[in-house]
Design a protein around this ligand. Sequence first.
Ligand code: IP8
Length: 272
Amino acid sequence: MPSTSSSHKIDVRKERSGLILLKFGGSVITFKEKPLSPNMECINHLSRIIASIDKPLIIVHGGGSFGHYWSVKYEMHTKPARYDLKGVSVVHESMIALNELLVKGLIESGAKPYSVMPSVFMHGLEPIVKRIEELEAIAVGGAVPVTFGDIVHVAEQNYSILSGDALMTILAEALLPSKVIFLVNVDGLYGDVGTQNIIREINYETYKSATFSKTTLDVTGGMNRKIEEGLKIAASGIDVVLVNGLKPQRVLNAINGCDFEGTLIRHEERRG
Ligand code: IP8
């Protein structure tokens, strides 16, 4: 069974470039149940943390009550299709609006965000590796690229939702950051329905053999998808952590590589 000890250290010996890839979950930076409502208090406290970090960093953010609200209304999914073009415009605009709120919060806190739409480094759903490498160059130079889940043009009149979680895997596989952190609105991955036990550490084997039901994972709100993406990233040899983004000290500890509270998806030795 996965470990449930109270806290643990990230294996710093495995760190490489020093780049940190950080996802601000939509449920952290917005109030998901109320359409188009940013959680400004949270945006501001995360912004202050980012301003205090002196490490190369790339931020991806989710859609929360902005992008998800409109994509549900216009029945748009992660499958390329001919969606209502009004919906395409509205979803895209809402993500730009949320990105602007976040970027403004970051600037006001003294960070140096540099907003980058996914279409800059993605050709539809395919990564443009050279463009992704530019994001790392920007981060190493001291600015913080901030990108986001979006609706992307695929071909002709086909568009697709590209989630921020999928972007995390794409960026991680291209850049092999030292650390990948998902900020979520819960304390980590819960072990079972009805218990408050957080799974402290999992890897591919323990996850597949453990008795998490799909229902359990769904109850934690989109956690299943994060774990699946996290396992893909861990397969590239990178530790992935899930941390409660509403608890600033935990976020800071995870970024700084100190003991942190949350779930660690332990890296696998790199294949090939
Ligand atoms: O919140 C979704 O990104 P996510 C983006 O990371 C849109 O799944 C446009 C719904």
